[in-house]
Design a protein around this ligand. Structure first.
Ligand code: GDP
Ligand code: GDP
Length: 441
C-alpha cells in the first residue's frame, strides 16, 4: 500500500513542531525497532481510523538571519510542493497574517497547489476574528486548531484523510511485478535501469504513477511483465543539502511503498551507508521482497575471497534482512545482469509461494519436538497449528495457548525452520501468534 506524504510548512514559531508531536504523539512508528532507522528521524507514520500517511519531520529547519531565512522557506516550500501529497500551511491565529505568510502563500500559488491552511494557537473555544484574515492568503480551505491544547485535531485529521489520494485512484491495474531500484545518488540506478530495460524494451510506456506525476517504466521480458517504479527523487542531481536529502528520502520511501520488490543498490567502492540501512529497514518493516545488488564490481580489485568477504560485511550491516540475496554486478559492463534477472524472477516466485498446510504442520510439530517451546511458571507454550494466510508477503499465523509466551527467540527459531524447509529467499516473513481457547478441561 502506498502511503501518502503530508508536509507541515510555515514560518518559525507558528507551532510546527508542536503540531508534529501532537499528530504522531504516542504512536510508535513501525520503523522504531529497526537498526539504523531511529537516528535522525525523517518522517513518522500517522494512523487515523485505519488510514495511514507519512508526516514529514520538518524539525531542524530552524533558521538564522533573515535572508538565510527567506531562502530556507523557499527550499521548504519547493520541496513540499515536489514531495507532498498534501501541504499543511501552518499560521499563527493570535498574530494574524504576517509578511512571511504572504511570501509562502505566493510561492504556493505559483506552484499551483492549494494547501490546507491550519490556523494554530486558537486556544479558546470561540473563534477570534483574526482567524478570518487568513482568507486574504487566497486559499479556500482552513482548519482551526490549538496544537498545544489539542483542540480541533480530530477534525484536522479527518480533513487530512479526506484530501489524501485514495489508493485505488492511482493503483496500476496490472499483473506486472513492481520493482523499485533504490540507492543514493551516483550508485548507478539509471545505468542499471537502462541495462534492465536494454534491448528488451519491447513496450516502454510511461504510466502516470501518483499525484506527484511519478513516471514508471513498463516492460516485458520473456513474456513476463515488469514495472520499474519511479525513483526520480533519488536520481535527480541537485545540491545535496540536508533538506533536499530529507525530501528525497521521503520520496524514496514512497516508491518503496508502491513496489513489491526492492533492489538495494550498493556502490562496491563505498559500502553500506546509514541511509541505505534506513531505507532497507523501511522495506523490511513493510514486508517487501528485497535483493541487495552490489554495483560497480568492475572497479574492485579481486582476490580469492573478495566476494565472500564483501558479502559478509554487507550481511553484517544489513543484519535485519539475512534472507535477501546478494548479487554482484556491473551496470556499466553488463556483468551478471542476466544473473540478476534470474534472481528477480526466483524471488518473485518465492514471494507468491504458499506452503502446503499439512507439510508445514508436520515440520512445525517436528520443530517443537526438537526444541520444545518455552515455559513460564510451570506453564508451557503450546502451539496447536500454523497456517499461511497470505502470499506477497507471506503471513503465517501460529495458533497457541498463550501469545505472550511466544517469545521473539522462539519465533526466530520457527522462522529459521521454515526457511530451511521452504524456499523464501529474498522474502520477509510476517509471523504472528494468536491465542486459541483450549477445548479440554
Ligand atoms: P515551530 O518553530 O513552528 O516548530 O514552532 P514550535 O512548535 O516550536 O512552537 C513555537 C511556540 O509556540 C512554542 O513556545 C509553543 O509552545 C507555542 N505554541 C505551539 N502551539 C501553540 C498553541 O496551540 N497555542 C499556544 N498558545 N502556543 C502554542
Ligand atoms: P544514479 O545517480 O544512481 O542514477 O547513477 P548513474 O547511473 O547516473 O551512475 C553514476 C555514475 O557511475 C556514472 O558515471 C556511471 O557511468 C557510473 N557507473 C554506474 N554503474 C557503474 C558500474 O557498474 N561500474 C562503473 N565503473 N561505473 C558505473
Amino acid at each position: 500500500m502506498s502511503r501518502p506524504v503530508v508536509a507541515i510548512i510555515g514560518r518559525p514559531n507558528v507551532g510546527k513542531s508542536t503540531l508534529f508531536n501532537r499528530l504522531v504523539g504516542g504512536r510508535v512508528s513501525i520503523t522504531e525497532d529497526t537498526p539504523g532507522v531511529t537516528r535522525d528521524r525523517l518522517y513518522r507514520e500517522v494512523e487515523w481510523q485505519n488510514n495511514y500517511f507519512l508526516l514529514m519531520d520538518t524539525g531542524g529547519l530552524e533558521l538564522g538571519s533573515d535572508d538565510v531565512f527567506a531562502k530556507e522557506i523557499e527550499i521548504q516550500v519547493d520541496m513540499a510542493l515536489e514531495t507532498a501529497d498534501l501541504i499543511l500551511f501552518l499560521v499563527d491565529g493570535r498574530e494574524g497574517v504576517s509578511n512571511l505568510d504572504r511570501m509562502i502563500a505566493e510561492k504556493l500559488h505559483k506552484g499551483g497547489r492549494d494547501p490546507l491552511v491550519v490556523v494554530n494557537k486558537v486556544d479558546t473555544h470561540h473563534t477570534p476574528d483574526t482567524v478570518y484574515e487568513f482568507y486574504e492568503l487566497g486559499f479556500p480551505d482552513m482548519a482551526i486548531i490549538s496544537a498545544e491544547q489539542s483542540f480541533g485535531l480530530g477534525d484536522l485529521l479527518d480533513d487530512i484523510i479526506d484530501r489524501l489520494p485514495k489508493e485505488s485512484s492511482h493503483s496500476i491495474e496490472s499483473d506486472a511485478l513492481k520493482i523499485s531500484v533504490i540507492g543514493k545518488p551516483n550508485v548507478g540506478k539509471s545505468s542499471l535501469i537502462n541495462q534492465l530495460l536494454g534491448e528488451n524494451r519491447m513496450i516502454v510506456t510511461n504510466i502516470p504513477g501518483t499525484t506527484r506525476d511519478a513516471i514508471d517504466s513498463y516492460y516485458e521480458r520473456d513474456g513476463k511483465e515488469y514495472i520499474l517504479i519511479d525513483t526520480a527523487g533519488m536520481r535527480r542531481q541537485r545540491s545535496i543539502d540536508n533538506l533536499v536529502e530529507r525530501y528525497s528520502v521521503i520520496r524514496t520511501l514512497s516508491s518503496v511503498d508502491r513496489s513489491e520488490m526492492c533492489l538495494f543498490l550498493i556502490d562496491a567502492t563505498m559500502g553500506v551507508t546509514e541511509q541505505d540501512k534506513r531505507i532497507a529497514g523501511y522495506a523490511h518493516n513493510n514486508a517487501k521482497a528485497s535483493i541487495i545488488v552490489v554495483n560497480k564490481w568492475d572497479l574492485v580489485e579481486k582476490e580469492t575471497n573478495t566476494m565472500k568477504e564483501y558479502e559478509d560485511k554487507i550481511r553484517n550491516d544489513l543484519a535485519f534482512m539475512p534472507y535477501a540475496p546478494v548479487v554482484f554486478i556491473s551496470a556499466k559492463t553488463g556483468y551478471h545482469i542476466s544473473q540478476l534477472f534470474e534472481t528477480i524472477n526466483r524471488v518473485d516466485e518465492n514471494y507468491s509461494y504458499r506452503m502446503p498446510t499439512s507439510l508445514f504442520n508436520q515440520i512445525l510439530r517436528d520443530a517443537t519436538i526438537m526444541s520444545p517451546p518455552p515455559t513460564d511458571k510451570g506453564k508451557r507454550l503450546k502451539i496447536y497449528y500454523g497456517t499461511q494466510v497470505t502470499t506477497r508477503p507471506p503471513k503465517i499465523i501460529f495458533y497457541c495457548n498463550d501469545a505472550d509466551m511466544f517469545h521473539f527467540s522462539y519465533m526466530r527459531y520457527l522462522e529459521n525452520t521454515i526457511r530451511k524447509n521452504f524456499s523464501f529467499e529474498g522474502v520477509p516473513l510476517v509471523l504472528e501468534a494468536r491465542e486459541r481457547k483450549e477445548r479440554e478441561e
